[in-house]
Design a protein around this ligand. Structure first.
Ligand SMILES: NC(=O)c1ccc[n+]([C@@H]2O[C@H](COP(=O)([O-])OP(=O)(O)OC[C@H]3O[C@@H](n4cnc5c(N)ncnc54)[C@H](O)[C@@H]3O)[C@@H](O)[C@H]2O)c1
Ligand SMILES: O=C(O)C(=O)C[C@@H](O)[C@H](O)[C@H](O)COP(=O)(O)O
Ligand SMILES: [Zn+2]
Length: 358
């Protein structure tokens, strides 16, 4: 089957190319702009990084591989500083480029390194996880974690292109693959109910890269994200819906010292947001039940420890959607009807958490 190309509109439009065995498209996405290309890749993925580098070398680029730690350990200030030193050693100028290869953690780091080097050089992203393809590599949010919180340092820096080679998914650890399904389910609840129907019809298939609906799920989730970020790159309004479930999720990730999978935390966070909506009188209980059912059908968690609440509540205060001391949550008024809940009462926040921790 030939590749699908989804355009992400905005001031600097770019394409997300989706297909199997499409690594050869990479030089085209760079568009001949660069001379030197720094390939920032997760160190555990040499088998994927090698053909990426090869494709670029054959196209005439001077290619330098810069391996970084696998997973969330990459999103640290020390690793970022190491990349800056690497770029300096390569003599990278504004006519050079970065290619990021790996999961969402690697592409968030590579994107931020590109955003900050010389105040911005082009980056092309090659996500190799389900979550990276359907969410992290698309939309231009880049950044790293600090001990005080998740993604607290970063920049909006849209890529010049995104290449999703579905063939890379087959080597993914199962739990990481399942984690990516949380963001796909998020896209279903906020914008595209067909996603929910596909997963509900065949949860086993959805949980496998070889599933019959895998490509359609990836394409639908990318389309949701592309539509939203094209309308609001800098999250001045509509983009906030992509943060559904993330207020509690990021607090859980911090509480777990960033050793808890992002999608698993988002799954719990979506149940919390759904309960908030129900308790605020906005979301029918049946839709909350649907959250628990679809998430658990693919093996995602829907509850978290009761004793964690005071710490989670304190962390949520510095969520990026907050305005001053006012917490703001993305909630649903129905499937594909996202809205905002501003400054909810403390009793409501605690009551919703009780539903998640029981
Ligand atoms: N920028 C955004 O808009 C955005 C959106 C969603 C999530 N994120 C971020 O993405 C991160 C999570 O990304 P993730 O779920 O991809 O996890 P990850 O990047 O931590 O990758 C999970 C693990 O899988 C390994 N891996 C990657 N590809 C593989 C492959 N093809 N085969 C075998 N192993 C492979 C990685 O090296 C890592 O060990 C979080 O930091 C989250 O905050 C960012
Ligand atoms: O692209 C967005 O906007 C999102 O919110 C997508 C989220 O899935 C993603 O986890 C994002 O990194 C969260 O952003 P943050 O601004 O809350 O750090
Ligand atoms: Zn997310």
């Amino acid at each position: 089957m030939s590749e699908t190309r989804i355009e992400v509109g905005g001031a600097a439009p770019y394409e997300v190319v989706i297909g199997t065995g499409v690594l050869g498209e990479l030089p085209g996405l760079l568009g001949g702009r660069a001379r030197t290309v720094a390939v920032v890749h997760a160190e555990g993925l040499p088998e994927i990084a090698r053909p990426v580098c090869g494709a670029l070398e054959r196209a005439g680029y001077a290619v330098h591989a810069l391996p970084v730690p696998d997973g969330e350990a990459a999103k640290e200030a020390g690793v970022l500083a190491g990349l800056w030193s690497g770029f300096a050693a390569l003599g990278m100028t504004r006519t050079d480029a970065v290619v990021g290869v790996g999961g969402g953690a690697t592409t968030d780091l590579a994107g931020f390194a590109a955003a900050s080097w010389l105040r911005g050089v082009p980056v092309v992203l090659v996500p190799t996880t389900l979550l990276g393809m359907v969410d992290a590599a698309v939309g231009g949010k880049t950044g790293i974690n600090i001990p005080e919180g998740k993604n607290l340092v970063g920049a909006f820096h849209p890529p010049a292109g995104v290449l999703c080679d579905l063939a890379t998914l087959v080597t993914m650890p199962r739990e990481d693959y399942i984690s990516g399904l949380a963001e796909i389910i998020k896209a279903g609840f906020i914008a595209d109910p067909k996603i929910l129907e596909l997963i509900e019809a065949d949860p086993g298939g959805a949980a496998s890269p070889a599933g019959p609906a895998t490509r359609e799920l990836v394409e639908r989730a990318v389309q949701v994200k592309a539509d939203v970020v094209a309308a609001d790159l800098r999250e001045s309004g509509p983009r906030e819906i992509l943060n559904y479930g993330h207020t509690l999720a990021h607090a859980i990730e911090k509480a777990e010292d960033y050793r808890f999978r992002h999608g698993h935390a988002v799954a719990i966070g979506m149940v919390y947001a759904a309960e908030l909506g129900r308790l605020a009188g906005r979301l029918p209980a049946a839709v909350v039940d649907r959250h628990r059912a679809v998430l658990s059908s693919v093996g995602l968690p829907t509850s978290y420890r009761a004793d964690a609440w005071p710490g989670l509540r304190a962390t949520m205060t510095i969520d990026k959607k907050s305005r001053g001391a006012t917490l703001r949550f993305v909630v649903l008024d129905g499937v594909a009807r996202p809205g905002l809940l501003e400054g909810p009462d403390e009793k409501l926040l605690a009551a919703a958490y009780r539903e998640v921790s029981r």
